[in-house]
Design a protein around this ligand. Sequence first.
Ligand SMILES: *Cc1c(COP(=O)(O)O)cnc(C)c1O
Length: 353
Amino acid sequence: MSSTLYIHLGKILNNLNAVKNKVGEEVICMAVVKDEAYGHGILPVAEFLKDKVEWFCTAKLDEAVSLRENGIENEILVFEIPPVGREQEYKSYDITASISDLSVFERLKPDTKAHLHFDTGMFRLGMLPDQVSEARQKMANHPLNYTGIYTHFANSDVNDHPRVKEQLSTFRSIRAEFPDALMTHTANSGAIFYYGEEDLYYDAVRPGVCLYGYAPGEDEIPELEPVIEWKSNLVQVKKILKGEMVGYGSRWTASEDGWIGVVPVGYADGIFRGLTNGFQVELNGTLIDEVGTISMDYFMVFVTGQKPDIGDEVVILRNKDLSANLWAKKMGTIPYEITTALSPKIKRVYLDQ
Ligand SMILES: *Cc1c(COP(=O)(O)O)cnc(C)c1O
């Protein structure tokens, strides 16, 4: 086994409780478990959360069907536009469809559960504000089981962004055109934690990245803690002398004598090659530098002082100095991309703590 991802489910619960503390117990939690629960593994995460949240949200119909086939009975909202030809599955599996386009109304089977999705300024999925009256007409003509209405923010990862308020005000006027009974939701992690004063929680919230322990934006959220711990072991240890160079392209030169440890994890596992010479791991309780170009299946670390042993444990990702947040900053990306890039081939071990 070249490395193992430990998924600390108990930390998901702590993160969920941070959401609940923020939004209040009356607000429904729709846990977003799309894309293998942001790389953590959709089935074990959903199994753990099923009696702790009311709803799950997935990106794809396939993910929702797989939850059903694995015994998950919570309500499930699918974000994608229903794939043409598969409308019956929403009905058969009791899955809630998103109506993000006027063309979807007539495709869905009668009585299918559906949430209307309005685009209030992101220009990704969703019906536009000037399609409200057409949407109302279609609702009247197509007897689906309309149960909700929602929108999605483009800028809620940034504190106090004026576009969030604009989108919210657009959504408020749209919302007023539809029956009161529809369950209403707008908030992703950013809106939950950065916009608590804006009265945007409505009936339900859709937390995603915060459940896995990461702040959605630059502003840290101290209550959250990363859920994954990625560990490996040194497979080779060798002496290196000052002036010798490590890895493809010889992009790192030893500035003093020491030891090189070889870790059997590379970019094929999900450590971006762009992190080369740019992150640290923990070895025997000490932070040490990754050195030399990250290759497909290996990276190297540099140790001075006492020689490490073959088999010594290396912690690649955890929290604080070993957080995916740091990697994201180095790579000019967000933790979402780091955890979803963790290869499905890495062994995952689920722990309650
Ligand atoms: C991914 C997604 C979410 C969750 O977003 P986070 O930023 O991870 O909380 C919520 N709603 C929609 C429509 C999404 O696509």
